[in-house]
Design a protein around this ligand. Structure first.
Ligand code: ZN
Length: 205
């Protein structure tokens, strides 16, 4: 069975394929190919996030990079090419602290990430009884604190699948909850400005 490439899925999601190609893709999806169904929904999600409101379009060169690189890597990692991977500058779990204090604060983990002028403050609070993690965060524009983007989409992805999606408040604050897992990425689309990706730590203890 001939599968389709990430480049095809990007074009398909953006409505840029020929009608012949579109039919072929649709027939392939209808045949029940799970691999392609996953790729399709992933790229639809990415394109939809980009389209909302101000119509963020990934720069042409990023799309080219996506198309040339997808053969080697999985679609999920392509999203990270559109976005800058934020740098971790603080992790409360890595701070030396007395055992007693550590035990007391162990319920919540604070992470600070930096990407360009933006600081992203995350607080992860695991609820072991409900097997979920509460994530609260805030994105701050250090260069221009009073001026935030028109909107910020917040998307939680796991291996190319969208798990959660929300929108930051005008203050830059957002919150969501999710089941702990490996390979989680938070993707922040600051509309019209940039995309930021953050690798979330697994909360297994
Ligand atoms: Zn397929």
């Amino acid at each position: 069975m001939q599968h389709f490439s990430s480049a095809d899925w990007v074009d398909f999601a953006r409505g840029l394929v020929s009608s012949e190609r579109k039919t072929a893709i649709e027939q392939h999806l209808e045949s029940g190919c799970q691999q392609c169904a996953t790729s399709s929904s992933f790229w639809r999600g990415v394109v939809e996030v980009g389209r909302r409101e101000n119509g963020f379009e990934p720069p042409g060169e990023a799309v080219t990079a996506v198309k040339s690189a997808y053969r080697i890597e999985k679609p999920a990692s392509r999203l990270l090419e559109w976005a800058d991977l934020a740098r971790l500058v603080f992790d409360s779990f890595l701070q030396p602290s007395p055992v007693a204090v550590r035990a007391a604060v162990q319920t919540a983990r604070q992470l600070l990430h930096q990407s360009g002028p933006f600081t992203i403050d995350l607080r992860l609070e695991p609820d072991s009884a409900r097997k979920c993690v509460y994530l609260t965060g805030q994105i701050i524009n250090n260069e221009n604190p009073s001026e935030m983007a028109d909107g910020i989409d917040v998307v939680l992805l796991r291996r190319g699948e969208q798990i959660r999606k929300t929108e930051a408040a005008p203050s830059g604050e957002f919150c969501l909850d999710y089941n702990p897992a490996e390979d989680l990425h938070l993707f922040l689309n600051i509309r019209g400005l940039k995309g930021i990706a953050i690798a979330l730590p697994s909360m297994d203890r």
